[in-house]
Design a protein around this ligand. Structure first.
Ligand SMILES: CC(C)(COP(=O)(O)OP(=O)(O)OC[C@H]1O[C@@H](n2cnc3c(N)ncnc32)[C@H](O)[C@@H]1OP(=O)(O)O)[C@@H](O)C(=O)NCCC(=O)NCCS
Length: 224
């Protein structure tokens, strides 16, 4: 891939962002082997950011101005919502509860939720903490990785937050995604708290995945 540019998100990038989201949805690999529905996946993971916080989104584009990656962010995590109507629309009207490409994950998620509730260990739906009110998601297509694009996206995002006086930033990654954890550590984030079992998703071997909260106060030394 030729030189990758970073620029602010535009409305016409929406499809490209959704495609990257789905193509990288399983720790950087395609998620289709266990969630065969791009529309619901993108609605759940990129839709809020492109539709409600477009001014916070950055894209990485190739020489043809096609999206090859993004950083989707939010300065105030309490603003992010997942409207029940949207979830109901996908689950019921689009049949995710019964389609073979999605139903196993949906039902396993419900099972995991019931077990977690029984043990009084329901995971919080959001991380709300005044020390790191902002959060982000970052994903690049394979051909765009490993040449500093992730670092450039992250530096631009963190610099903007610092300029605006935002206290800190957090993210939630897959604990098993060693490359991502190493990248975030190189970008100044540290692990906060223990990893937590994720709901619904499993590895190809059927093993449980875990999430890991990573945080970065923004009054510390600049990593760039
Ligand atoms: C994680 C990701 C955004 C990093 O972007 P990138 O452009 O590949 O990373 P960079 O080339 O900017 O690397 C910056 C630094 O991070 C570290 N790093 C990046 N990828 C790494 C990896 N796989 N293993 C170890 N360290 C890594 C390196 O220390 C690198 O330092 P250097 O600049 O001294 O070489 C990108 O690889 C990606 O999209 N991966 C798949 C999707 C994903 O896992 N997203 C995160 C989900 S929460």
């Amino acid at each position: 891939m030729g030189a990758t540019r970073i620029r602010p998100y535009r409305a016409e990038d929406r499809e490209g962002v959704r495609a990257v989201c789905f193509t990288t949805g399983y720790m950087g690999d395609p998620v289709a082997w266990q969630w065969r529905d791009r529309e619901s996946f993108a609605d759940l993971f990129s839709g809020w950011y492109t539709d409600h916080a477009p001014e916070s989104a950055l894209v990485a584009v190739d020489e043809d101005d096609q999206v090859v990656g993004y950083l989707l962010g939010c300065r105030d995590t309490t603003q992010v919502t997942l409207p029940p109507r949207l979830v109901a629309h996908h689950l019921v009207r689009r049949g995710l509860l019964v389609r073979p490409g999605t139903a196993p994950v949906v039902w396993r998620t419900i099972g995991d939720l019931v077990v977690a509730a029984t043990r009084r260990r329901l995971p919080p739906s959001q991380v709300v903490d005044d020390r790191w009110p902002a959060h982000l998601h970052i994903d690049l297509l394979p051909a765009a990785r490993g040449d500093g694009t992730g670092r450039r996206l992250m530096t631009r995002w963190l610099d903007a937050l610092r300029e605006e006086g935002v206290a800190g930033c957090h993210l939630v990654t897959w604990a098993e995604n060693d490359g991502a954890v190493a990248f975030f550590e190189a970008m100044g984030f540290r692990r906060e708290g223990a990893r937590q079992p994720m709901l619904g998703l499993r590895s190809p071997e059927g093993l449980r995945h875990h999430s890991q909260l990573m945080v970065q106060p923004l009054d510390g030394p600049v990593v760039s």
